[in-house]
Design a protein around this ligand. Structure first.
Ligand code: LLP
Length: 448
């Protein structure tokens, strides 16, 4: 009889600031080197669906969506589609009672194919295309987030009426937060939002209020991504409530909604810091109560937009080892995927862990670098990870915390084809998105 050992126990909403395991809660190990997720052996999934492949634990994703709703019982929780979207995820998000944040006609049309409730959809974007706006107005999204002056009149003239379109104005609270410069969006000097400090945000509010086809319901802010502490949000809430009180005093409108965006961090490697949804919930809600009392402002309805923290921990990437090379004092374990399915290490210096699955190692651990098969030295998937010294071509590696911003950012580099996504739950697997084939790619090349 095999004994299965869970890889972690804390519930996703435990109010802790320490990092939990990086594997889905359903992950169990067994003698023989087996690792299963959602009750399904990862080694068997690699055999059945091929590699590279992405495995998505349905209960983990749904559980995380529920944890955010529990942590913010009075708020609207909106899943950021850019983290990862496919039809099954649209259904899960709808069933868990969340809204959806989309930033293109593509994401919106995908959600519409599953009849996702349009009033629970928000459209974002620093540069919305005519197609984005047309789709949003035709489908009737609940709110559109205005990100620049020039889209105010453009949007207003397109609203069909008779009802005005509900909008939020995206503002910059002037806060630096986020794991990497490229994913910090709360301060001046980057392309998103309108500055509170230099008066652009207030000007935009005034212009929106002057448009009868637009119904300004609140402000939006998104500080950035992979923010491991609630403190920047608490600071932001203060500044935003103060600004909302100023809008009331100067323009005579009390805005009823405040969208705090997403950006909540997850651990990618053991030891990474991360706060639980409950920890963010307690801190943000208590600061909101305090700020509203201080500025004598009625509590607005809060919206949050978690993406990564719902999808990332539910995903595991599977790769097969193609070669092992020792050079320059390092061991390079090259696999059949790489920066085309996970550009995050190359873009943000993101650090991952990797683990051998499917057989018991017979050698001690040694430090290795897991690299991809693409034609760049920066094509590294996991640097300085501990892997058995007997690792060899044909072995399968699993990389946890792979459910967000991998498949959604996957490219066609080197024409390797984007990997499939397989859902697991209750001991069963199901193909959600099939592998992109050479035929798919050749079909787009129009020279006969
Ligand atoms: N709301 C807005 C307006 C956003 O722009 C984003 C992410 C989110 C919510 C969700 O943020 P999350 O909770 O997933 O951090 N590719 C980068 C992340 C870019 C995030 C862009 N916006 C990465 O892989 O780290």
């Amino acid at each position: 009889m095999t004994t299965r050992t869970p890889l972690r126990s804390p519930a996703p909403d435990a109010p802790s600031l320490t990092a939990p395991s990086v594997w889905p809660a359903s992950a169990t190990t067994a003698p023989g080197g087996d690792l299963s997720v959602g009750g399904v052996s990862l080694a068997r999934l690699a055999e059945r669906y091929g590699t590279p492949a992405y495995v998505l634990d349905e209960h983990e994703l749904r559980g995380r969506a529920r944890a955010w709703r529990r942590a913010f019982p009075d708020a609207e929780v909106v899943y950021a589609a850019k983290a990862f979207l496919c039809r099954a995820v649209v259904d899960w998000i709808a069933e868990e009672g969340l809204g959806l944040d989309v930033c293109s006609a593509g994401e919106l049309e995908l959600a519409a194919t599953r009849a996702f409730p349009a009033d629970r959809v928000l459209l974002h974007g620093n540069a919305k295309s005519p197609e984005d706006l047309r789709a949003a107005l035709r489908i009737g999204v609940g709110r559109i987030v205005i990100d620049s002056d020039c889209e105010i009149a453009r949007l207003a003239t397109q609203v069909p009426g008779p009802d005005a379109q509900q909008v939020l104005v995206r503002v910059l609270p002037g806060i630096e937060a986020g794991a990497h410069e490229k994913i910090r969006t709360g301060a001046e000097g980057q392309k998103f939002g309108l500055s509170i400090a230099d008066g652009d945000a207030e000007d935009a509010v005034a212009r929106v209020l002057g448009q009868p086809r637009l119904d300004l319901v609140g402000l939006h802010s998104h500080l950035g991504s992979q923010i491991a502490s609630p403190e920047p949000y608490a600071q932001s809430v203060r500044r935003l409530i103060s600004f909302m009180a100023r809008i009331r005093d100067r323009h005579g409108v009390t805005l009823p909604e405040l969208d705090l965006g997403g950006g909540f961090a997850v651990p990618y490697a053991p030891g990474d810091p991360a706060a639980s949804p409950a920890a963010y919930g307690h801190r943000i809600t208590s600061e909101l109560t305090r700020a509203c009392a201080e500025f004598d402002f009625p509590m607005p309805r809060i919206t949050i937009e978690p993406g990564r923290s719902i999808a990332a921990p539910a995903g595991v990437a599977l790769y097969r080892v193609l070669s092992v090379k020792r050079t320059g004092g390092k061991v390079f374990v090259a696999v059949d995927g790489g920066m085309s399915d996970n550009p995050r290490p190359a873009l943000y210096g993101a650090r991952y862990t990797a683990r051998l699955i499917g057989r018991a190692p017979t050698a001690p651990m040694r430090t290795a670098t897991v690299v991809g098969r693409h034609c760049e030295a920066g094509d590294v998937l996991a640097d300085a990870v501990e892997l058995p010294a007997d690792i060899r071509p044909g072995d399968v590696l699993a990389v946890p915390a792979s459910g967000a911003y991998h498949v959604s950012m996957a490219s066609g580099y080197n024409m390797t084809g984007r990997p499939p996504v397989v859902a697991v739950a209750d001991g069963r697997s199901r193909l959600l998105v099939r592998r992109e084939t050479l035929a798919d790619m050749l079909e787009r090349d129009m020279t006969p």
